[in-house]
Design a protein around this ligand. Sequence first.
Ligand code: MLC
Length: 591
Amino acid sequence: MASSLPRLPIFEAIKGHDSNSTCIVHSKSGRRFTYGGLLGDVRDARDRLVKEGGGGIEGQRIAFLIENGYDYVVTLLSIIGAHSIAIPMSPAFPPHELQYIMDHSQASMLLASKKFGEKAQQVIDEGLEGTPKLVKVEKRLEGNKDGERVELEGTGEGMGGMMLYTSGTTNRPKGVLLPTSVMTAQATPLIKAWNYTPQDHLLHVLPLHHIHGTINAILAPLIAGSTIEFIFPFNATAVWSRFAAPFLETNGASTNGHTNGLSNGHTHSSPKEKISFFTVVPTVYNRLLSTFSDLTPELQDAAKSGISPSNLRLNISGSAALPTPTKKAWTDLSNGNVILERYGMTEVGMALSCGLSNSDRVDGSVGWPLPTVEVRLVDIETGEIIQHGEETDSSGRERDGEIQLRGPTIFKEYWRNPEATAKEHVGGEDGKGRWFKTGDVAVRRAVPTAGQNKYQADWASGPLYFIRGRLSSDIIKSGGEKVSALEVERELLSLPQIEEAAVVAVPSGKWGQKVGAVVMLKKGMEMSPRGNGRVWGPLDMRNAMKSRLAGYKIPQVMRVVEEIERNAMGKINKKVLVKKVFVDDVSGDEV
Ligand code: MLC
């Protein structure tokens, strides 16, 4: 059996780390895995994959459903190690959505842990277009003992990578292909910008089918040699307890007072290292802030120490705009820890980030272009490139521009969708390559107190970027999840009760935005099938959508109207519609 892995930067980095240092911790069980064992496990898993695939599986798409933890990391890396394309899927999605991903990607295998074996079987049973092989992934209770013997060979790059499905301005999610070279290019600037080191201990609470949870919070820390500790699903009390753990008087035991005696005879004590790195979405900060007062006074004190700047060295927020009151409340609670904001997207990884020094974590700003990322703003009114120094118009107003990006961090293509790939890019007139059109709008503004730390961060200087919104009102960001209004409309229209539907972003304190639906019912279908003489309403809609869409995509609010207004072109003005129809909901769930 082959004993080598390809010479990819991620494997070179892992091989270079202290083999005894911890790469992964499972927070709940206290189970730990070292860098030394990781490569051996990746190699063995890769060998098994190749065998299951019957030989050359280079370039093949391999989907997987595995819980957050060591087995997920080994699986992801083993697929890359086979030069195949890894498709991490969300176990929270209904089979219907997973089936779409399997079919669209033409995946040749579906790997599943024991926990998600049944779900994987359901996906296969849905009747897929192809005949992917279902492969069971055994749980690893400890790391490989043979890790240091793994050799790296060859030139590395091949046809492998990762593909993430993301919603946008089309009615079906798109597969964003990130070759291994792009994955590395996305991860390495973060190590420089955020100074990831082997001393960092990251608390990981995010889903693992997104760029935030994978590139920022797995690949970058692994390349840097940091420790990643998983708690999933996110649970505010568990996270508070974990921040507090190193600072509780009753040390030497877990926060609930005991160690975990495991059935296999191993005893793992609850992790006690202080958390130095935390990267999440605004909704998670909101949840933590709103649950803090439920903690006991002892836990509150310890948790406050845990998130104070001298312990939690870096708290990052991204994937959606961070409300200033949330940022401020966190700074107050943590005794001065300022949340760092950055801007990214599945297609580009991270593009802009504030700097490490507190004066560079500017309110409302997502900072500067990260190393290697080229950014330009294209005036949304005139179509001109906004040159440096021309950030305001003749009347002194700031010019809104679409963010366009290029460089080694940009994705290769939308899978099997050359039209969308072409549509979202614009040619580079200077011959240096095309630009990706993000669809996000920003202004550039100098802030005299920021960007003065060149010795620390040469990239964090000059005017900063401030996000203003999106070009398309068909993209909704709810709790850091991106939702395509068109995709939800498509599913609503498949219901026998619905004649017309418009899906809109309803402002929400809890989620940033929540998904709202305005619908017209079909004549004769106005009554709920559940009887009681009730009119078909939001509960019926949510029930009907459960098997079709992931929970966060299902409209949280719905209004039935007699008519949905359209302009002469037949288009719905969603900005007007949402104000008119959801007027009461605008601040309905402020935290
Ligand atoms: C869950 N629910 C949501 C939701 N998440 N509703 C709206 N928006 C969301 N984001 C619903 C569920 O369907 C469920 O409904 C109810 O809320 C409770 O669900 P839960 O499973 O208990 O989830 P919860 O703990 O509430 O999750 C909240 C969350 C999660 C914030 C922890 O949404 C999350 O992890 N978001 C992060 C997503 C992320 O990683 N984004 C990065 C994308 S990458 P019901 O009806 O069943 O009760 C990207 C690029 C970049 O954007 O720059 O980073």
